[in-house]
Design a protein around this ligand. Sequence first.
Ligand code: ADP
Length: 204
Amino acid sequence: MSCVIGLTGGIGSGKSAAAALFAERGITVVDTDAIAHALTAPGGAAMPAIRAEFGDAVAGADGALDRAAMRAIVFADPGARKRLESILHPMIRAESERLLAADGARAPYAILMVPLLVESGDYRKRVDRVAVVDCAEATQIARVMNRNGLARAEVERILAAQASRAERLAAADDVIDNDGELAALAPQIERLHAQYLAFCGHVG
Ligand code: ADP
């Protein structure tokens, strides 16, 4: 298998923006968040197990996970989060591995985008390098309020549940600075891409 670069960053830091720039360079990006969404979409592979565990009320009329209903259950019962994760995590892991393996020897490296990579010892073990998209927390908050139409307090609550900026930077092999304008991102990705081609040529 080609070498795997873990791409992470707090909510709103610009992971998707950075990932798009790697994809533009022909690099496969496996997005664990997108996999989780697909697993819980209508007809999603995780839905039978989730319904069996939590009841049909957690599925909407279309068969997709009713996120509000699931959030209410998890909020009321911390054990429920663990049960949900024990269904989803192995499936996300298997699907991400399948997609990375399918990428195979096509390119010297692939990107595994994991929002909570720093929080997860398991993912840290599975990647060859960790790239962190970094910006100030005030920038994250402004971007997510704007992107998702959320209130400041709601965004702050999400941030508080994630690793801190300092924790993420401490885990980084490479830091992508996305506090500036979007145009400043491309030259950094270009530089890292060249670095990863060289690095992964050696380990791959
Ligand atoms: P993440 O995937 O880490 O949650 P996104 O890449 O979706 O973050 O970026 C969050 C929001 O901020 C998006 O609406 C995106 O278009 C915007 N954004 C990302 N980077 C910048 C930037 N450098 N300047 C301005 N807006 C940005």
